[in-house]
Design a binder for this molecule. Structure first.
Ligand SMILES: [Fe+2]
Ligand SMILES: [Fe+2]
Length: 291
């Protein structure tokens, strides 16, 4: 047979990636009719003893300051730990373009195309635990400069629902309904007070149990006392909300944040554990040696 008659079956990157996905334990649903709201409903099996929410915000794959060691450790934790759910909170990859602020375009760990592949490969082992994708300002760089929504493309590769700004997610489990508002976050708040207010920005117009952003590359947990009414008895009940900022996987010195004197923040995951009685327990870690 001559070389010209050899047929080559082409398997796309997308097909190959999808073959690696594991079966979901949770059910993710969106309304069949187009909604005015960015809605998502998640049903978690009652057999789960609790639900750990551990979203990935500001991973910044491809950035010269990406903390690869820490990210891979947490990626393994997400793979191995049962009863964990995550979402991609945006800035999954650095995606520096020639219009990007600072000099980051010169210090990238690969082209935007290579970063895209590396990023979806990183989420693939936890795709079955991933609820949705929202973009950060770094995905939006492509949208801004060319009109292509690369965040949406990430969600298509990962087969997860995509929301271009907010996601309103109700997590139903046992007798509880936990309401989550997720957004990447915005602004450049540099002081502790300004960051707290930035994280609280949506509490005036939306009633949720968790208000979760990232973007500031700082960790924050801010419980806010609230009451709600039991719809069956019309009696008031405590429904304290948790306002969260997830940290990032970006090192500080030598990067854009240090150049701009934005204070260094902690790195890694913030985890909120949802309990059967409606309690929300949050864990963050202060890394370091105490010599
Ligand atoms: Fe970021
Ligand atoms: Fe961001």
């Amino acid at each position: 047979m001559s070389e010209t008659t050899v047929l080559v079956d082409y398997e796309s990157e997308l097909e190959r990636l999808h073959k690696t996905f594991k079966k979901r334990e949770v059910r993710i649903r969106q309304p069949r009719v187009k909604s005015d709201f960015p809605e998502l409903i998640v049903d978690v099996p009652d057999s789960w003893p609790s639900i750990k929410l551990a979203p990935l915000y500001d991973v910044h794959k491809g950035s010269g300051e990406h903390d690869k060691t820490l990210f891979e450790r947490h990626q393994n934790w997400l793979v191995e730990t049962p009863n964990v759910l995550t979402w991609d909170g945006g800035d999954l990859f650095d995606n520096a373009t020639k219009e990007s602020p600072g000099a980051s375009v010169y210090f990238q760990g690969g082209s935007p195309t290579a970063q895209f592949s590396e990023a979806v490969e990183a989420i693939a082992p936890i795709q079955h635990k991933t609820l949705f994708k929202i973009p950060g300002n770094h995905e939006d760089r492509t949208l801004t400069s060319s009109g292509h929504d690369i965040g949406k493309l990430v969600s298509e590769f990962l087969k997860v629902p995509y929301f271009p700004d907010y996601c309103f997610c109700v997590i139903r489990w046992r007798e509880q309904k936990f309401r989550l508002l997720a957004h990447h976050g915005t602004g450049a708040a540099a002081t502790a007070g300004a960051q707290r207010n930035a994280a609280r920005k949506d509490i005036g117009w939306a009633k949720f149990d968790l208000y979760w952003t990232g973007h500031l590359h700082q960790a924050l947990v801010d419980p806010i006392y609230m009451i709600d009414y039991d719809q069956k008895t019309d009696r008031p009940v405590e429904r304290t909300a948790m306002v969260m900022i997830s940290p990032s996987y970006v090192k500080y010195f030598g990067g854009y944040a240090a150049k701009k004197r934005l204070a260094p923040g902690s790195r890694g995951l913030a985890v909120a554990e949802l309990q059967e009685d409606g309690r929300i327990d949050v864990s963050l870690h202060a890394r370091g040696e105490r010599l």
